[in-house]
Design a protein. Structure first.
Lengths: 560, 341
């Protein structure tokens, strides 16, 4: 910087210029304004879910900070003396008592608790839907694989944040949730009992767990989430945002609105909208009325309780797993030289296997798909879900699997609300947990292929107008109207990868990995639908009634 | 140009042939022509949009005022109704305050700010030449350390680095005590009276009528030092059946007293309280995961994810006619754990 020696070439004239100059000559920043001030962001309604996640996280930080000022994470015994009469004099933990005080004796405390809980639910939901958007449109492909992994870790972190926070009020409901965690933990072979004793500081429930969860919930997990969000957004800037294919949009450009002013205004305004919606929900709908549950006590439990939605699927899996099938027992007592040890597969399998499968597939998916397609190019244009039918099918299978397990967490409520046998509900859900994803895959894939064919129809023969015309020789036809070139381009601009034949290696043989890859490629692309080509379009136009008939059509339409 | 056809299946409904749709593609027509909005062409529409935005901001101001009214003029008393009213006013006030600003700004951006789409080109993420340079630099760094040529240094360093984090794990040892045998023992012992949960009043055998169920804690639990931990193991369900309906296995004939049986209330699945008793079928149902136990078959699992029967507490009556335990449970209660055996 030569500003100290030479006369500066830049003389600010406006007041904005003076401030800019002052800041820039000390810490820089003009380069950043140049880089980001007019940076282009593509716009599409599906791009908003990630924004919702970010904004609900900000709301969580704001409302959570308020709550920490009044919440006391102590499990010491106390007698409640606050305003809520039904519990006055009841023995409870300080944590529960302070949660009640936040609800009843601190103005706006209940509102903040509700804002915090509702935005937590919305946060995890927004993260999940954002990931589904990225998955179904193929936005995880090269060069964004690492960012997909960061997103997966963020999802796990948001689940951890939700769970640790859920337990803090130390009410009956969350205490039973911890009891289940304790039971699952004890089922882990070799170290399970020790893990449980270390986590709870001794026997369940102990007096340590709330304080420990509190530190995780307000310090460690949010810090990690913030860090990961930073990395996530840095990579978004680095890669620039993806966009849907369309007229004017290519793999090498970005089309959209500049950050300043339009995009910043829309995104900034959207924060207030999200906050407003959360506030409206919190005003009108009670969530987690802890005063109805009472303090934690290992003896009572209320029927028909469910965990928050994002943990529900694991609870549902625990419900669906049978303890025994016929004479086969899922709890094994294994004799070892030093004694008999117990392996509780009826707990371990549902707690670990579904989540293990879903998360492993999720983390590995960008590389699985790259391996199957063998495509090494950068992909900045998104797929419409219909244009990747197999991927769409697999995504839907995952969603169905999740939803069946989630429904299973409400099996007792389904039974009581619809007056059916609880056992039958469980049997059906067990069946659906296996058959549902397969059916979901087949149906979604077929629908995607059918939609692709419909797109071909529209591209080749135009839109059905619904107008029936009778030709002079008596034939009835429905008039189709060709789409304009922009709409046409939207319908035909997509990749349709072909089945890859196995490559022959140096010895002229086909190795096993290549065979598997070819098999996978066939599974993915065998039934592909190709985009319409210009020659097909010409042939379609030439092959029909010809110009004369079309002219007659037009006249007859005009006379109607 | 009107095209009239229903589309022939030959071109559309079949699976694509190899090579189809690959080479011959449509030219990108470029951005569609910009369509001016009403506010771009019509001065009155522009003014109207301006007023709408301002109105939304005014709504936000009113929302903030509503919040203050709720905060300062709705004092909390001991009623839930008042709390709900305040919560509603704070919530709606905040909602209007936020939505007014948010919708206002978005409306402003959509109607009055420029809506021309702009094209910017992407550049290569990083030039490939840099990669070769980076590879060379990293290679040079490693070369200069000499780590490849000096295996003694490399191996001792690896050893040190494997060991160094272990204290960071070991230091967490004191998070809790070792389990020992505490999971195998409860407060119950020979002569402990069965008392009502939560009052702690003892139960006479005569109080337990056929079809009734009692939630039971051991006598003295409420005064115990680690009350919740003891309660989490010791809670018991007590019910009376027709003695004919009980089918005790050999060695357990005297665990019941005139048809009164006591079973652990802690589910053998993951530890929820098995709180529901169906007095017609004598089934016990866990409300968490619906494991169902049949009391007429010594609490055997007849449905659900649990794999073991609920442990039975052997009981009798003392001289005063109160129910007492004749020993502790004969097996650990609650969820399975590795050392359970």
């Amino acid at each position: 910087m030569s500003s100290s020696t030479a006369t500066p070439a830049y003389e600010p004239k406006t007041s904005v210029g003076k401030v800019t100059n002052y800041v820039d000559s000390r810490v820089g920043g003009s380069a950043m304004v140049k880089e980001f001030g007019r940076k282009i962001f593509p716009d599409h309604w599906t791009f908003m879910f990630g924004e919702v996640a970010l904004y609900t996280f900000v709301i969580l930080l704001i409302s959570g900070t308020f709550l920490t000022f009044f919440y006391d994470p102590s499990m010491a015994e106390t007698h409640y003396e606050g305003s809520y009469l039904p519990l006055r004099g009841v023995e409870m933990s300080v944590a529960y008592a302070s949660s009640l005080d936040i609800s009843f004796d601190i103005r706006g405390g209940l509102f903040m608790r509700q804002v915090h809980h509702w935005s937590a639910l919305l946060f995890v939901a927004a993260v999940a839907v954002h990931m589904l958007r990225v998955f179904f449109t193929g936005a995880f492909r090269k060069p964004r694989e690492f960012n997909w992994v960061v997103g997966c870790v963020l999802l796990i972190m948001s689940l951890a944040a939700g769970f640790t926070g859920y337990s803090l009020p130390d009410d009956l409901l969350s205490g039973n949730g911890l009891r289940i965690i304790d039971g699952v933990m004890k089922a882990i072979p070799v170290v399970g009992t020790y893990l449980s004793f270390f986590l709870f500081g001794g026997e369940f429930p102990g007096t340590a767990i709330i304080g420990r969860l509190y530190v995780l919930h307000i310090l460690l997990i949010p810090a990690l989430i913030l860090l990961l969000i930073g990395i996530h957004l840095f990579m978004v800037v680095l890669h620039k945002h993806t966009q849907f294919p369309g007229p004017g949009r290519t793999n090498t450009n970005v089309v959209g609105y500049p950050v300043g002013p339009v995009y910043a205004a829309k995104a900034g305004g959207f924060f207030f909208i999200v906050f407003g919606i959360v506030a409206a929900i919190s005003a009108a709908f009670t969530i987690n009325p802890i005063w109805n549950y009472g303090p934690y006590d290992p003896s009572p439990v209320s029927a028909g309780t469910q965990p928050d939605w994002y943990i529900g699927w694991v609870d549902g899996a625990l419900r669906l797993m049978p303890g025994t099938i016929g004479a086969f027992d899922f709890e094994w007592n294994i004799p070892f030289p030093w004694g008999v040890n117990t392996l509780s597969l009826n707990v371990l399998i549902p707690a670990l296997v579904p989540a293990g499968i879903v998360f492993m597939l999720m983390f590995a998916w960008p590389w699985i798909e790259a391996w199957v397609t063998g495509d090494k190019r950068e992909k900045h244009l998104l797929d419409r879900p219909r244009n990747a039918p197999t991927r769409t099918g697999i995504g839907v299978a995952g969603v169905v699997f999740y939803c069946v397990l989630w429904a299973a967490a409400s099996s007792d409520l389904i039974a009581t609300h619809f007056l059916v046998s609880l056992n039958d509900v469980t049997y059906w859900l067990r069946f659906l947990a296996i058959a549902g994803p397969i059916l979901g895959f087949m149906v979604a894939r077929r629908i995607a292929l059918a939609l692709q064919r419909k797109d071909r129809e529209i591209a080749l023969h135009g839109r059905e107008t619904g107008r029936i015309v009778r030709l002079p020789h008596g034939e009835f036809i429905e008039v189709h109207e060709p789409v304009d070139e922009y709409k046409l381009y939207r319908l035909v601009s997509f990749d349709s990868p072909e089945v890859a034949l196995p490559a022959v290696d140096a010895n002229g043989k086909v190795g096993l990995p290549e065979k598997v890859r070819s098999r996978a490629s066939r599974f993915f692309f065998e039934d592909r639908v190709a985009p319409v080509t210009p020659s097909e379009l010409n042939a379609a136009h030439a092959g029909h009634h010809g110009e004369i008939a079309e002219a007659q059509d037009r006249e007859s339409i005009a006379s109607h | 140009m009107a095209d009239s056809s229903h589309g022939s299946p030959n071109t559309s409904a079949t699976v694509a042939k190899p090579g189809q749709g690959g080479v011959d593609t449509f030219e990108n027509p470029g951005l569609p022509p910009h369509r001016p909005r009403l506010a771009d062409r019509n001065r009155r529409a522009e003014k109207r949009a301006e007023r709408q935005v301002a109105l939304l901001f005014v709504i936000s101001i009113i929302g903030t005022l509503l919040f203050f009214v709720g905060y300062f003029f709705v004092p909390l008393n001991d009623t839930i109704a008042r709390l709900r009213l305040q919560n509603l006013m704070l919530g709606l006030g905040t909602a209007f305050a936020m939505l007014g600003i948010g919708v206002g700004i978005v409306h402003w951006a959509r109607t009055l700010m420029p809506d021309h789409e702009v094209t910017e080109s992407r550049h290569e993420i990083r030039p490939e030449k840099d990669r070769a340079d980076a590879e060379k630099i990293i290679g040079d760094i490693f070369e200069e350390t000499g780590i490849k040529r000096r295996p003694l240094i490399r191996n001792t360093l690896l050893g040190a680095m494997v060991l160094a984090p272990l204290p960071a794990i070991a230091i967490f040892r004191d998070l809790g005590p070792l389990p020992g045998d505490v999971l195998r023992e409860t407060m119950w012992e020979a002569g402990t009276r069965l008392t009502r949960d939560p009052s702690g009043t003892p139960i006479r055998a005569a109080d337990v009528t056929v079809g009734s169920a009692f939630h039971v804690i051991p006598e003295g639990l409420n005064e115990a030092e680690h009350k919740l931990e003891e309660k989490a193991k010791a809670v018991v369900l007590l019910m009376r059946l027709d003695p004919e309906e009980l089918n005790p296995s050999p060695g357990r004939e005297d665990w019941a007293y005139e048809g009164i049986v006591a079973y652990s209330k802690i589910c053998t699945h993951v530890g929820c309280p098995v709180a529901l008793y169906e007095q017609q079928t004598h089934h016990l149902l866990c409300p968490c995961h619906q494991s169902t136990f049949d009391v007429t078959q010594e609490a055997k699992v007849i449905f659900g994810p649990a794999a073991r029967p609920l442990p039975q507490l052997p009981i009798d009556v003392d001289d005063e006619g109160y129910l007492v335990a004749t020993s502790d449970f004969q097996e650990p209660v609650g969820p399975s754990f590795w050392e359970r055996g």
